[in-house]
Design a protein around this ligand. Structure first.
Ligand SMILES: NC(=O)c1ccc[n+]([C@@H]2O[C@H](COP(=O)([O-])OP(=O)(O)OC[C@H]3O[C@@H](n4cnc5c(N)ncnc54)[C@H](O)[C@@H]3O)[C@@H](O)[C@H]2O)c1
Length: 366
C-alpha cells in the first residue's frame, strides 16, 4: 500500500484522482461554514491550516469490513485518509482497490506509541478497530478487553494530546442487552450480556466522559447489526447475514442458533458509513458527548431473514437448529429519533436491496 505524498496536501483531490463531492461538507463544529474552532496546542505535531471542507482522517480498523467502506467513502469525498490496522481480523484485500490513495500504518493500537503515530496531524478520528465478536469475547475476554478498551483509552489520550478535532467511536447495540422495551432508546439503561458488550460500553463511556469533561470532542454511534459486502462469511465468528448467504452459495444448511424467532435491526453498511460522515461534521453543541443509535429502522426475525435470502438468491436454504448462544440478545430495534434530530440520519437501503448487493458481491468472490 503506498502512502500519499504529504507535500501535495493542499490539493488532495488532484493527488487522489477522485471526484469531489457536489458541495463542501461543513467544518466540524461550525455548521454555517464559519471559522473552525482553534486547536489546542499539539504535543508532537506542528499544526497547519486545513481547508474547512477537507479533513485529514484516521480510520482505525480500516482493513475490516465497515472500516474499509468508510475509508473508501472518505477517499471518494476527497479527504486525506490514513488507516491503522493490525490485520488481526481485517484483510489487505479490503483495501487493495484504494492502493496509492490512502496512507496505511500497520500497527496494534494497544501500543500507545502506535496510537501517537496514528493521530499525528489528524483532524477526525473514526475509531472502529476492535475485536468485534460476542462468542470470541466469551472464549477470550482479556483479548477483547485489551483491543476494545485499553486501545481505546490509549487512542483517546493520543487524540487529546495531538489536538484532534473530533473522535467518532463505533459502539454497538449489544450494550443494551435484553432491555425489554422496543425500540431501544439511548436514554435507557445499558444492560450488557457479554464481555464484548461490556467492553464496547466501556470504550464508549470513555469517549463520552472525555467529551463531557471538555477534554476531547467525541461522539459515539451504536451500530445495529451491520451487513454488506466484505463482511467475512468464513470466520468461525461470522455474523448471521454472511453466514446465511454463504449457506445459500454452497447449498449447505444454515446454522440457526435458538428458535429463529429472535429479531434484529439489520443495517446496510453504506448507511453506517453515511452516519459516520454526518457525525464527523455535526455541530459540536448538538453532537459532542452524545451517544446515537444507527440502525436500519425495522426488525426482522432470523426465520424471516432466511425466507428473504431464499427470495433474493433464488435458492432453497435448509437450516439446522442449534441451542441459543450465550450472550445473544432476544430482540433488537433502534430508535432513530436522536440520529435524525442530531445528524439528519435516515437509513436509505432496505434489507432486500442490501441483501441483493451483498449476494452479488459474495458470488463475485468465488
Ligand atoms: N459488524 C457489526 O454488525 C457491528 C455492529 C456493532 C458495532 N460494530 C463495531 O464496528 C466496528 C467495526 O466492526 P467490523 O464488523 O467492521 O469488524 P472487523 O473485524 O471487520 O473490523 C475490525 C478491524 O479492527 C482491526 N483491529 C482489531 N484489533 C486491533 C488493534 N488492537 N489494533 C489495530 N487494529 C485492530 C481488525 O484487524 C479489523 O480490521 C467495531 O468496533 C465493532 O465493534 C460492528
Amino acid at each position: 500500500m503506498g502512502s500519499v505524498d504529504r507535500a501535495s496536501e493542499a490539493s488532495p483531490s488532484r493527488e487522489l484522482g477522485v471526484a469531489m463531492p457536489a458541495g463542501p461538507l461543513p467544518s466540524i463544529g461550525s455548521p454555517a461554514g464559519g471559522p473552525a474552532p482553534e486547536r489546542p496546542s499539539a504535543r508532537r505535531v506542528t499544526w497547519r491550516s486545513v481547508a474547512p471542507s477537507k479533513w485529514t482522517c484516521l480510520v482505525t480498523g480500516g482493513a475490516g469490513f465497515i472500516g474499509s467502506h468508510l475509508a473508501e467513502r472518505l477517499v471518494q469525498l476527497g479527504h486525506h485518509v490514513r488507516v491503522t490496522d493490525d490485520f488481526s481480523t481485517g484483510i489487505r484485500d479490503n483495501l487493495v482497490h484504494l492502493d496509492g490513495q490512502l496512507e496505511l500504518l500497520e500497527g496494534d493500537l494497544t501500543d500507545p506509541g502506535v496510537c501517537e503515530q496514528a493521530v499525528e496531524q489528524i483532524d477526525v478520528v473514526f475509531h472502529l478497530a476492535a475485536l468485534a465478536s460476542v462468542p470470541r469475547s466469551l472464549t477470550n475476554p482479556w483479548a477483547t478487553h485489551d483491543a476494545n478498551v485499553n486501545a481505546t483509552l490509549h487512542l483517546i489520550r493520543a487524540s487529546q494530546a495531538a489536538g484532534v478535532r473530533r473522535l467518532v467511536y463505533a459502539s454497538s447495540s449489544s450494550v443494551y442487552g435484553d432491555m425489554p422495551t422496543l425500540p431501544k432508546t439511548e436514554s435507557a439503561e445499558a444492560l450488557p450480556r457479554s464481555p464484548y458488550a461490556a467492553a464496547k460500553l466501556a470504550g464508549e463511556q470513555y469517549v463520552l466522559a472525555y467529551a463531557r469533561g471538555g477534554l476531547l470532542n467525541g461522539v459515539a454511534l451504536r451500530y445495529f447489526n451491520v451487513f454488506g459486502p466484505r463482511q467475512n462469511p468464513h470466520s468461525p465468528y461470522a455474523a448471521v447475514v454472511p453466514a446465511f448467504l454463504k449457506a445459500a452459495l454452497w447449498c449447505e444448511p444454515a446454522m440457526l442458533f435458538g428458535d429463529g424467532g429472535q429479531t434484529r435491526d439489520f443495517t446496510y453498511v453504506d448507511d453506517v458509513v453515511t452516519a459516520n460522515v454526518l457525525a464527523a461534521s455535526a455541530p459540536a453543541d448538538l453532537a459532542n458527548g452524545m451517544v446515537i443509535n444507527i440502525g436500519g429502522g425495522r426488525r426482522t426475525s432470523l426465520l424471516a431473514l432466511l425466507q428473504l435470502i431464499m427470495q433474493v438468491t433464488g435458492r432453497e436454504v435448509k437450516w439446522e437448529r442449534r441451542p441459543a448462544r450465550e450472550g445473544d440478545v432476544r430482540d433488537s430495534l433502534a430508535s432513530l429519533d436522536r440520529a435524525e434530530r442530531i445528524l439528519g440520519y435516515r437509513p436509505q437501503v432496505a434489507l432486500d436491496e442490501g441483501l441483493k448487493r451483498t449476494w452479488n458481491w459474495l458470488r463475485s468472490t468465488v
